[in-house]
Design a protein around this ligand. Structure first.
Ligand code: ATP
Length: 201
């Protein structure tokens, strides 16, 4: 069984996923894995180079993130093309990874679970939400960045109401001490469900 966990910037989805990992659940960080695949996956590299030119990679083979970012920043068609190359690669990699895991179920962490269509790669979805000011404050404290840039990033993401509507479960992340029992409860639920599924199969 596969669980997708999403949430906007500063909502605490990585913190929630860390708590699942601490409970022995295998967690796939799709943002990190997408970056890895863009460097390591030969077919994806070739497709990115074909679409964006050899400048997408530096002479020593590293992904030229600055160049790619500048190409997609103001060009929505270029961004859609890049997404259309990267998202299927992540989906395939996640499926292969999930098949190798031994935990009763696995967790996929993605800031863009719904936008990337990754919700179709999982059986249940969880949205992590938190009050706007708290998210802003946490992100500024963590990244040391200014409010304006965080607000811009927030505006580009699905809002909490939409996430709540679309997800099967919602974790409201306000007090840190409440998170552990909430994750424990979800873990019990998912473990039981995974057990029933195996039994019924
Ligand atoms: P991003 O999309 O930017 O990666 P995220 O949703 O993964 O954000 P986290 O990195 O988990 O968010 O949390 C943002 C910051 O807020 C982190 O520094 C984290 O330690 C802190 N944080 C998360 N939840 C709480 C909480 N309940 N109380 C206090 N601090 C918290």
């Amino acid at each position: 069984m596969k669980i997708g966990i999403t949430g906007g910037i500063g909502s605490g989805k990585s913190t929630v996923c860390r708590l699942f990992a601490q409970r022995g659940i295998a967690v796939y960080d799709s943002d990190r894995e997408a970056k890895r695949l863009m460097t390591e996956d030969a077919a994806l590299r070739a497709a990115i180079s074909a679409r964006f030119g050899a400048g997408a990679y530096t002479a020593d083979g590293a992904l030229n993130r600055g160049y790619l970012a500048s190409r997609v920043f103001t060009d929505s068609e270029a961004l859609a093309d890049l997404d259309a190359l990267v998202h299927p690669a992540v989906k395939a990699d996640f499926a292969a990874w999930a098949a190798r895991q031994l935990s009763p179920y696995v967790v996929l962490e993605s800031a863009i679970l719904f936008e990337a269509g990754l919700e179709h790669s999982v059986d249940r979805t969880v949205a992590v939400v938190a009050p706007f000011e708290l998210r802003l404050e946490r992100t500024c404290r963590r990244d040391g960045c200014d409010r304006e840039s965080v607000l811009r990033r927030m505006a580009a993401q699905l809002d909490d109401d939409t996430l709540r509507d679309r997800a099967d479960y919602c974790v409201v992340n306000i007090r840190e001490e409440d998170l552990e029992p909430t994750v424990a409860e979800l873990d019990r639920r998912f473990t039981l469900e995974a057990h029933h599924r195996r039994h019924d199969a």
